[in-house]
Write a protein that binds this ligand. Structure first.
Ligand code: MN
Length: 238
């Protein structure tokens, strides 16, 4: 049987005055270990000319890191210059890929920004800054303790997230300053932080449309359930 292919849209930053594309190795490792071929969709103007080559032949889409999504995608007029990081071309390429995957009912797993995009495409909105919204009652990003900072989430019973973790509450990593404001009507919340922020969603009518605000791949040793998130996505490819 031919190996399954999963698209990952990369991220850009400037190194030595030149734009480079990157994807964290952890995702490439998890997919390749499962025999899945990660296909990196690069952020470049000309990628738009060959996008059909990517969406002609793939089995699922993984959305990993990235900056803030342009607020016009969800009908807001926030000042883009105040966003943490914004790449309009990444938005354009990634949203084209996700739209295709949704239409084709291909499995989609999105972390952080990826969950935000899922929510936006189904008609939801985002907080410009979660700490403004929650009056700093819960810290969702601690730049000094990037990898170790945790907050609790409460898991909703009878959801895929509960099946993976089988606990009412877990401690999750948290690296985000944006978050879901209005949940898209068709999506189901699977977990909330103590300030009420939705930290996990899925779409019950799709084969696999899952978004998590946290990064299970960066806390794999903390819970058995972290690996099951990826297993669910990978099983859905088949
Ligand atoms: Mn959080």
């Amino acid at each position: 049987m031919k190996a399954k292919r999963v698209l990952i849209v990369s991220r850009r930053y400037t190194r030595k005055d030149k734009l480079i594309n990157w994807v964290s190795e952890v995702y490439l490792q998890i997919l390749a270990e499962a025999g899945i071929v990660p296909v990196i969709v690069p952020i470049a103007e000309a990628t738009k000319l060959i996008l059909s080559e990517y969406i002609d032949n793939y089995d699922g889409l993984l959305m990993v890191e990235g900056g803030d999504v342009g607020p016009h995608y969800y009908g807001e007029h926030y000042d883009i210059s105040k966003l943490d990081e914004h790449d309009a071309l990444k938005d354009e390429i990634e949203i084209a890929c996700v739209s295709h995957a949704l239409n084709a009912n291909k499995p989609i797993l999105g972390f952080c920004r990826g969950m935000h995009i899922i929510n936006i495409l189904f008609g939801g909105t985002l907080h410009f800054d979660v700490h403004e919204a929650n009056n700093n009652s819960i810290c969702h990003i601690d730049y000094a303790h990037y990898d170790t900072h945790r907050h609790q989430i409460s898991i909703v019973p009878n959801t895929p997230l509960w099946d993976w973790y089988r606990q009412d509450t877990i401690q999750v990593n948290t690296y985000h300053h944006q978050g879901i404001k209005d949940l898209a009507p068709e999506l189901v919340a699977m977990a909330t932080a103590p300030d009420g922020l939705i930290e996990a969603v899925y779409h019950p009518a799709y084969n696999c449309v899952v978004g998590l605000q946290f990064h299970p791949e960066r806390m794999l040793k903390d819970y058995m359930g972290n690996a099951l998130v990826f297993k669910y996505f990978i099983d859905a490819l088949k």
